[in-house]
Ligand binder design. Structure first.
Ligand code: FES
Length: 270
């Protein structure tokens, strides 16, 4: 059984604005009876403001609740404001929808867009060059770019901020591409290692590949500790006595470990 919010239950059991408008100025449709969900939205528009809205729907409780909420959200609102309503807005006003029912809010948004397209005589989307990346939530490329600029670094963080990627997930790959185009490709660990395997591998590289090279100049090193990706070492011999050599050797070790194990390793000397 789906876990519905109290608002969804209320709008399903007592839907507002059910019906049709005889002399509607715009009618929009979405879904298809053959698929089990269909919505017809009727709008009355005067001086650029939606003065009335009614709907007829065939579908589940979420479809009724989403359509009903949508009509309440648009009545009395100027078209310019209504154009910007997304299915995410409908979901928020409903207090959330189960992921399996997100398509009901999408159907509401699509019927609204269809009605406005019919009213204007052109596609709203054609006015802008901004591309829809997440169809489930009508989230555009620019919205995702803005989220990255606000600090989101992962697809999950984009989903938390914009909802994009939060339903069927088909857009996740494209979201990652947008993140990469701004922040650069994500660094990938060369191997998934457990903490013990990681420590053994670090120790082995220090002993077998790095220590012999330092020994050529009468230097050496000791592994002191490992905390996450931080490797604490102590330099010895000639590596320890010269401050310039210290930072060169430390950088050499860090570069080697990053190359062979993990790009996020930090070497801390002292
Ligand atoms: S297209 Fe379905 S979650 Fe984005």
């Amino acid at each position: 059984m789906w876990d519905y919010s109290e608002t969804v239950k209320e709008y399903y059991t007592n839907p507002k604005n059910v019906g049709s408008i005889e002399d509607a100025d715009a009618i929009g449709e979405a879904g298809a009876l053959a698929c089990g969900d269909a919505l017809k939205l009727y709008l009355k528009i005067k001086d650029g403001v939606i003065t009335d809205a009614k709907f007829q729907t065939f579908g589940c409780g979420s479809a009724v609740a989403s359509s009903s909420m949508l009509t309440e959200m648009i009545i009395g609102k100027p078209l310019k404001e209504v154009e910007k309503i997304t299915n995410k807005d409908i979901i928020e006003r409903l207090g959330g929808l189960p992921p399996e029912k997100i398509h009901c809010s999408v159907m509401g948004r699509e019927a609204l867009e269809d009605a406005l397209n019919n009213y204007y005589g052109y596609k709203i989307g054609e006015k802008s060059t901004d591309k829809i990346i997440c169809n489930c939530f009508s989230v555009t490329e620019n919205v995702i770019k803005e989220a990255v600029e606000q600090g989101a670094k992962t697809v999950k963080e984009i989903t938390d901020l914009t909802y994009a990627g939060g339903a069927c997930g088909r857009c996740k790959e494209n979201i990652q591409k947008i993140i990469d185009s701004i922040l650069g490709p994500k660094k990938i660990n060369k191997e998934e290692l457990t903490p013990v395997q990681f420590a053994l591998k670090v120790n082995s590289i220090l002993e077998k590949e790095i220590a012999p090279q330092l020994a050529l100049d009468n230097g050496g090193l000791e592994l002191v500790d490992i905390e996450g990706k931080n490797i604490y070492i102590k330099l010895k011999g000639t590596c320890e006595s010269c401050p310039n050599a210290k930072s060169t050797v430390k950088n050499f070790i860090e570069k080697k470990l990053k190359e062979l194990i993990d790009d996020e390793i930090n070497v801390i000397e002292g």
